[in-house]
Design a protein around this ligand. Structure first.
Ligand code: PMP
Length: 415
């Protein structure tokens, strides 16, 4: 039996109809529920810990974490208290609040490569600013980027061709993640115009198996940038704070010159940051980097509290523990139902894809069944764990996925 679509209760459907009349397509970009299997809700009313509730009043154990920003759980009390205190004092003033300096100091202390920090709102702001600083510092234009990597929605990096002209990307040169020879070929094509390399800490492209970084690849990028006077930029927007407190490539011993952060750094409040080394301080000073809301104090107060809670609670080991429990549980269920799956990436931001599933039919069917049983997963994008996911919630989720696997085995057969 296919799960009943959630619009049998029609608040979500009515909201979609109204949205279609007054906003293009009803919803655009990654949050567009039209990109998800049938039955997924578009609208949500609230979230608490590791649970979210849709506009039809249905509650789910949430494995999307707002696509990454929720690190400690929805509405973490300490983060919200800090944000409320700052909100009562003022958010958007004629200049930044003291939280700006406190947070920059905190990031410089915490992030291994960072001698300074600058703040923005979204991940795209941060990745775009990294490129601008790299070009300002080097006076060069070419930037190497991994083919298929997502660095944001600006014309230079959006996955959609709509409204993009060739000139927006003319100075980007592609390489294949973890492929040193392809990096060298792209660097050779850049010649003496190489400004830098933008790369994510691991490969987390949409709809394909995730790939952890080969340490030799990371070291190669560092050496290349050193020898060519180019800037190594690490896109930590999705990974930031989930893999390692001091930066995701710390375990590899490779430090970037610039890093872009957003999503999880303020536990759901709108904030992004660029961190950089002293060698880029002058270039960063010269760039006209600003936005009406970039210095807002509320998100910075939230970020300070987020870091405080993360440090105190052993966040990364917790994510690894519950992530491992989820991955092992999924692996055992898949085996017992005779369904072949591939799990990839770090356990704290895992991706599961089905074998022989080029059109994601099995993945979509599985996710629909999990959703019908109160578990919000995604068939193509990595999911996320948070501090609010305890062992009990993982086990509840696994009870639902076990039934979803049974449904997949019944519909598609074993294998
Ligand atoms: N870089 C990466 C690796 C991302 O995952 C994202 C968002 N999914 C971005 C950049 C862009 O961030 P934002 O959507 O906040 O602009």
């Amino acid at each position: 039996m296919d799960p009943a679509p959630s619009d049998s209760d029609d608040t979500d459907r009515r909201l979609r109809e109204r949205a279609l009349r007054v906003t293009p397509g009803g919803m655009t970009g990654h949050l567009n529920a039209a990109l998800l299997p049938g039955g997924y809700p578009q609208f949500f009313t609230d979230g608490d810990g590791c649970r979210v509730r849709d506009a039809n009043g249905r509650e789910y154990i949430d494995f999307m974490c707002s696509w990454g920003p929720v690190l400690l759980g929805h509405r973490h009390p300490e983060v919200e208290a800090a944000a409320d205190t700052q909100r009562r004092l003022g958010d958007c003033l004629n200049g930044p609040t003291p939280r700006f300096v406190e947070l920059a100091e905190r990031l410089v202390d915490r992030i291994a490569h960072a001698d300074w920090a600058m703040f923005q709102k979204n991940g795209t702001d941060a990745t775009t600013l990294c490129l601008t600083i790299a070009r300002a510092a080097t006076g060069r234009r070419k930037v190497l980027v991994a083919r298929g990597a997502y660095h944001g929605s600006a014309p230079w990096c959006t996955p959609s061709p709509a409204g993009v002209v060739a000139e927006d990307r003319v100075h980007l040169l592609p390489f294949r993640y973890n492929d040193v020879a392809s990096v060298d070929a792209a660097a050779a094509a850049a010649g003496d115009d190489l400004a830098g390399v933008m790369v994510s800490p691991f490969r987390h492209d949409y709809g394909v198996d995730q790939e952890l970084p080969d340490p030799a690849f990371a070291r190669h990028l560092r050496r290349l940038c050193n020898s060519r006077g180019a800037v190594l930029m690490l896109d930590e927007v999705r990974t930031g704070f989930r893999l390692h407190d001091a930066g995701s490539w710390e375990p590899l011993g490779v430090r970037p010159d610039l890093a872009a952060w957003s999503k999880a750094i303020a536990n759901g409040h709108a904030l992004a940051a660029v961190t950089g080394t002293d060698s880029l301080r002058d270039a960063a000073t010269r760039v006209f980097a600003t936005g009406s809301f970039w210095a807002g104090g509320v998100a910075m107060a939230a970020a300070l509290a987020t870091i405080e809670v993360a440090d105190r609670s052993g966040l990364v080991p917790h994510l690894e523990r519950v992530g491992r429990r989820f991955r092992d549980g999924i692996a055992g269920q898949a085996a017992s139902h005779g369904v072949a799956v591939r799990q990839s990436g770090p356990v704290q931001m895992p991706l599961m894809l089905f074998a022989d599933d080029p059109g994601f039919e099995k993945g979509s069917f599985f996710c629909q069944h999990a959703l019908a049983r109160g578990v919000y997963l995604h068939p193509r994008h990595n999911v996320f764990l948070s501090l609010a996911h305890g062992e009990a919630e993982i086990d509840l989720a696994l009870a639902a996925t076990d039934e979803a696997f049974a449904a997949v085995a019944q519909r598609f057969g074993r294998g």
